[in-house]
Write a protein that binds this ligand. Structure first.
Ligand SMILES: [Zn+2]
Length: 332
């Protein structure tokens, strides 16, 4: 049924011309869709043999396809400027994936490490433990896994054929988005990337993440001469990888709002509790804000206004990096 009115309808004003300040520069590359995380029960990749329909892994390409379509055809489409992403160079990865001691030569780098970081509740996981891979070994682990038919790097984290290329694209595309700002072409950019990165620690994959895309972008900003950077992570899980990478730095304020899930195993020894504040020069530069399950918009607004905004203002960052995982829904 159509309803029409004979009453005069106030005419809508002509739309304002779009200025550069209104434009969102989105960095994206279709190759990231080729990361196939598989099917099974939730994120296990396992087929128990009695299900008619196996679930897509929760980190699958459909969600990002929909983000692309929303940005292309949704209400803010006129305000989006698209930029082609690019793969990162291996040498670029070592700016963040650099922790550890370089003890071995290239010939020793063939070992595959799978979730080898032992956890103990009282263990100080940030000291370099024997057996922890060096940065080169860690990257080599991923390169070698890519040559095989597919590997579980750690729980739920599958590196299948196509995954490594996608991971390099995610890292490089994020670097391009940061460079666009550093070169003065924009005030804000959006790197739409997968696989995600915020759980990836300098030498440890975790939580579907291999390379820390945001951490790499932060390092690019610092090495380009910016004095400091604030990272605010609103993904529902703790941004442990980014926090870990800058845990001893006073040039990066890492802030994470997350559900109070604690450590979830050998690949994720951090707890995300309020007492994880940073170490050495970085003490006081990691702000963890665990939120109770069921926290809604008001809870987030309260945490932002009372904790995040004052901390960021005090820090006076030259750049802000927002890690905007979109899983903080009612069912996560
Ligand atoms: Zn998450």
């Amino acid at each position: 049924m159509a309803i029409s009115s004979t009453e005069a309808v106030p005419s809508t004003p002509d739309p304002k011309p779009i200025s550069e300040n209104d434009i969102l520069h989105v960095f994206w590359h279709e190759g990231m869709l080729k990361h196939d995380t598989g099917r099974g029960v939730f994120d296990t990749g396992m087929d128990p043999g009695f299900l008619d329909v196996l679930e897509n892994h929760p980190e699958n390409s459909n969600r990002v396809k929909n983000m692309v379509s929303i940005l292309k055809r949704g209400p803010i489409a006129p305000f989006v400027s698209w930029h082609q992403g690019r793969p990162a160079l291996i040498s670029e990865l070592l700016s963040f994936h650099t922790q550890g001691i370089f003890t071995g030569g290239i010939s020793e780098l063939q070992r595959i490490f799978i979730c080898r970081r032992a956890t103990h509740p009282k263990d100080t996981h940030r000291t370099t433990t024997p057996g922890l891979p060096t940065a080169i070994q860690y990257i080599n682990e991923l390169v070698e896994a890519d040559k095989d038919e597919g590997k579980i790097i750690c729980s739920g984290t599958f590196l299948n054929p196509g995954s490594w290329d996608a991971a390099l694209l995610a890292a490089g595309t994020t670097l391009s988005a940061m460079k666009h700002i550093l070169d003065g072409h924009a005030n804000i950019t959006y790197a739409l990337v997968r696989p995600p990165g915020h759980h990836a620690q300098p030498t440890q994959a975790d939580g579907y993440c291999f390379l820390n895309n945001a951490g790499l972008a932060v390092q690019l900003a610092l090495s380009s001469g910016l004095k400091n950077v604030a990272v605010i992570d609103i993904d529902v899980h703790y941004g442990n990888g980014t926090a870990e990478g800058f845990y001893r730095s006073d040039r990066v304020l890492t802030v994470s709002l997350h559900m109070n899930h604690g450590s979830w195993g050998p690949s994720h020894p951090q707890n995300g509790t309020v007492d994880e504040l940073g170490e050495d020069k970085g003490f006081g530069y990691n702000l963890n804000i665990p939120l109770p399950n069921g926290s809604g918009d008001r809870g987030y607004a309260h945490a932002m206004n009372e904790l995040v905004v004052p901390a960021v203002k005090k820090f006076e960052p030259a750049m802000m990096v927002l890690v905007v995982g979109q899983d903080s829904s009612a069912v996560s």
